[in-house]
Design a protein around this ligand. Structure first.
Ligand code: ATP
Ligand code: MG
Ligand code: MG
Ligand code: MG
Length: 568
């Protein structure tokens, strides 16, 4: 590729609206551009697309190696499939719903469990065809509440999603393990420092789940792992969401009220003579424990609720007997209900945007009692009365081995054992060996292909720009000729090397612009090409080219006929 025939699109200055390093560098290095005024929608320019395709290729190779079969499903999906699974009603505002000209309802696929389950229901009839494993690499749309950090949290993004179908839990567990190992190979080949952690299954449902995190300071998630054992878990965005701690001494007017039947929001409202009516924007229910059916009611909050998340405490393996998301959602229009563990009293209702949330009723650290008039304040010191159980660095590991280290991570992959949640609802059955109809068990396995590109930059950069891991660099070699437009010898030598490299199928960018050397060097460093070869009159006289690797400071003068071997 010659730069004059290419869209380098590099920028000298940091774009003002980019917060993270990867977002800045992706814009500056000409990888992506935001689509007009819309947030979370990006075009991939040539250099960015080259990297994206390389990530995709590695993912595809490893998926193929597991024996999964590639498919491509539609991005636009009919509402009736989603009604069958029940998610048309519970998915919430991340699901972008649209109507066609006949006023039929559709959505833009945020994920494809429904579509694949419908295919399998129709096409797979016998246990002999199982396990059946499919994958696709395809555009997803999620109407994220806060799209940000460029392609890291976009609304339209590229995902690899795989789905497996089984006639037994053992078979599901086996494929899950195969995928787990494939993910290890993928992220290793991508040249990333990553950790697999135990994760919550959240609203997707299911029983077992791991997330794969690229370690990076800018990560939105926090992960905790033991310094001596294999234990590693997601701490559920603990740092970004928590702590909202109670502030009783300032303006709360605490009162303890008996609430015997704390399991139903309605009954608590009645008990407390609360007029259930108002809503808040985001309801995060976290830290719920098995024995903790206490309910907190928000008495005030003049926002419109548009997201509900129920996040169990990740370090507690026990299942929760909680109101499920649908029940909370139902209750929300009359009052904001949430569940907090009695005795622990982890802050349970969080409006992410509010600094102080006032006048709550919440669990009173005592079974069957609630406190009224509680104010939550972001980052207030933890008081004795309200023991906030956030995990902190140095806590003992839940497996009893070692102390926890907490690091920030970017979720780049997520695998789930879903069980029969979708197959049961959508009647995906096959005939077993004994001729009986069995409901298929299902697994799903995602990788954020486009997010990986940003994550790789978060981990691999310096003050001059991106330093791509070799396997995903857009070009392997940059040829930078000095004064080529005045020196016939330089032009000729550069051209020759360019042809040789191209013939050998080595990806090379030849900077043939009439630019100052400094500009060319800066651009090649910014876009992160691993090998740089400078060709000059002086070098040619000495029979050498100058070689530098993007990761090294040292420049080497190497004999012209050895250059070719050097960059391979
Ligand atoms: P997050 O917690 O970051 O919102 P998620 O848990 O909602 O992600 P999954 O449903 O597990 O995402 O989807 C599989 C993968 O898709 C994620 O692990 C992530 O790498 C990627 N992904 C999810 N949402 C986005 C997004 N808005 N932009 C880019 N990639 C995304
Ligand atoms: Mg999400
Ligand atoms: Mg997540
Ligand atoms: Mg996830």
């Amino acid at each position: 590729m010659k730069t004059t025939q290419y869209l380098l699109a590099t920028l000298r200055e940091d774009p003002s609206d980019a917060e993270t390093i990867s977002h800045k560098l992706m814009l500056r290095a000409g990888l992506i551009r935001r689509e007009g005024s819309a947030s979370g929608l990006y075009s991939w320019l040539p250099t960015g697309l080259k990297v994206l395709r390389k990530v995709e290729a590695i993912v595809r190779e490893e998926m193929d190696a597991t024996g999964a079969a590639e498919v491509l499903m539609p991005m636009v999906q009919p509402a009736d499939l989603w009604e069958e699974s029940g998610r048309w009603f519970d998915f919430g505002p991340e699901l972008l719903r649209i109507n066609d000209r006949h006023q039929r309802e559709f959505c833009l696929g945020p994920t494809h469990e429904e579509v694949i389950t419908a295919i399998v229901r129709d096409e797979i009839r016998s246990y002999k065809q199982c396990p059946a494993v499919f994958y696709q690499i395809q555009t997803k749309f999620r109407d994220e509440r806060r799209p940000r950090f460029g392609v890291m949290r976009a609304r339209e993004f590229l995902m690899k999603d795989a789905y497996s179908f089984h006639t037994s839990e053992e078979s599901l567990a086996e494929t899950y393990q195969v995928m787990h190992e494939a993910y290890h190979r993928i992220f290793s080949r991508l040249g990333l420092e990553f950790r697999a952690v135990i994760a919550d299954t959240g609203s997707i449902g299911g029983s077992k789940s791991h997330e794969f995190h690229v370690l990076a300071q800018s990560g939105e998630d926090a992960i905790a792992f033991s310094d001596t054992s294999e234990y590693a878990a997601n701490i559920e965005k603990a740092e970004s969401l928590a702590p909202l701690n109670v502030r009783p001494e300032a303006s709360s007017t605490l009162q303890k009220v008996a609430t015997p039947d704390a399991r139903s929001i309605d009954s608590v409202c009645q008990q407390l003579s609360v007029e259930p009516q108002q809503t808040i924007k985001t309801l995060i229910v976290k830290g719920a424990l098995e024995e903790s059916p206490a309910i907190a009611i928000c008495l005030r909050g003049d926002h419109e609720l548009n997201e509900i998340k129920i996040e169990k405490h990740p370090l507690v393996a026990a299942p929760c007997h909680l109101l499920d998301e649908a029940e909370v959602r139902q209750a929300v229009n009359c009052a904001v209900g949430s569940i907090g563990p009695v005795g622990l009293n982890i802050p349970t209702i969080i409006d992410r945007d509010a600094a102080v949330v006032a006048n709550f009723v919440c669990g009173a650290n005592e079974d069957g009692f609630h406190m009224t008039g509680v104010n939550w304040e972001r980052d207030a010191p933890i008081t004795e009365t309200f023991d906030c159980r956030n995990i902190v660095e140095g806590d003992s590991s839940p497996d009893g081995q070692g102390k926890l280290t907490i690091k920030r991570g970017i979720e780049v992959g997520h695998i789930f054992q879903l069980g029969t949640k979708y197959s049961e609802a959508m009647k995906a059955n096959v005939l077993s060996e004994s001729g009986k109809s069995v409901t298929l068990s299902m697994g799903c396995y995602g990788i954020g292909v486009s997010r990986v590109v940003a994550a790789a930059i978060e981990q691999n950069h310096d003050e001059y720009g991106i330093i791509w891991p070799d396997n995903i660099a857009p070009f392997q070699v940059a040829i930078v000729p000095m004064n080529m437009h005045r020196s016939h010898r330089v032009a000729e030598a550069a051209d020759k090397l360019y042809q040789q490299l191209r013939d050998a199928k080595i990806e090379v960018i030849f900077d043939d612009r009439k630019e100052r050397a400094g500009v060319m060097f800066a651009d090649m460093e910014l876009i992160g090409v691993p090998h740089r070869i400078v060709i000059s009159e002086r070098g040619i006289d000495a029979g050498t080219f100058e070689y530098k690797h993007r990761r090294d400071n040292e420049k080497l003068n190497i004999p012209i006929d050895e250059v070719f071997a050097f960059v391979q």
